[in-house]
Write a protein that binds this ligand. Sequence first.
Ligand code: NDP
Length: 327
Amino acid sequence: MFKAVLIEKDDAGYRAGLCELDDAALPEGDVTVRVEYSTLNYKDGLAITGKGPVVRKFPMVPGIDLAGTVEASSHPGIAVGDRVLLNGWGVGEGHWGGLAQRARLKGEWLVPLPAAFTARQAMAIGTAGYTAMLCVMALERHGVTPDKGEVLVTGANGGVGSVAVALLARLGYTVVASTGRPDEADYLKALGAAEIVDRAQFAAPGKPLARERWAGAVDTVGSHTLANVCASTRYRGTVAACGLAQGMDLPATVAPFILRGVTLVGIDSVMAPREERIEAWSRLARDLDPARLELMTREIGLGEAIDTAAALLEGKVRGRVVVDVNR
Ligand code: NDP
């Protein structure tokens, strides 16, 4: 038997609860993992609360991330005792996920836990942090170097935002953090932000073009915010778009793209190819200051995941939450 968060949907409604499950209930897969830590991302919040159509099969164990030790494997190249981590691939959406003490998965989804990280640190990073790294790599690929000027991070107090601020600052960029929580300015400065701006300036419909300011941007917010960020990006700058915390719409014009040569890069972590994941994790090992990671991390037990998921969607969680599935 193992403990898990379980989401059910039936005549009694949509609900998540903590329960004990039999190993025989685990889904198909060629690797069984003894999970040590999982985490809460925005998508886990949507899944647990039912506020977004994330879960595609019921009952479902949520948790798009996990880290732990291989307990059984018939997958070539993965042996009992291997330390592994998993991000995405539809796990926690269509296949039972990481908010449980045990998981059965496809071996091809697993990445070796980098030697630089404990399972807890890997989950403090989680999909949010790995996505932030994918965004930084996209900016680099498009020639956004620290000497080009200021880089904006929206949703800066969130998980993706916090890691993006810390990474970019460590790499030498001048980071401007956009947030709706100006009272967290000290926290954002401790992560490396040079300046804090109020997210209200991006939130409402704006002009097709605004004053050129950002050499690059990491946007976790979407909607009018993303439109306004593109409109204020400098000639030939790049915006990496990964989120929709304000909305899924993009009420923009083509003006920034055809008049200023701005590049809008889409970032998807869920189905990203394995080589890119391995590269992102090795970059995280190199470029993320462990002290800053600890500063942005709070730990909870499995039983607290359900209440914390609701708080996360309400924008009340700062940085990252790791879940110790064994307490
Ligand atoms: P968090 O909830 O941790 O952070 C989201 C942040 O967005 C909040 O902390 C808040 O920051 C800001 N925010 C919330 N609501 C609004 C709003 N109405 N208007 C403007 N800003 C708002 O989530 P994550 O960091 O885990 O994820 C961020 C986004 O990225 C989500 O939309 C998520 O779905 C997406 N994502 C996408 C991935 C991909 O593969 N493309 C992977 C991971 C995440 P503040 O308080 O500082 O304003």
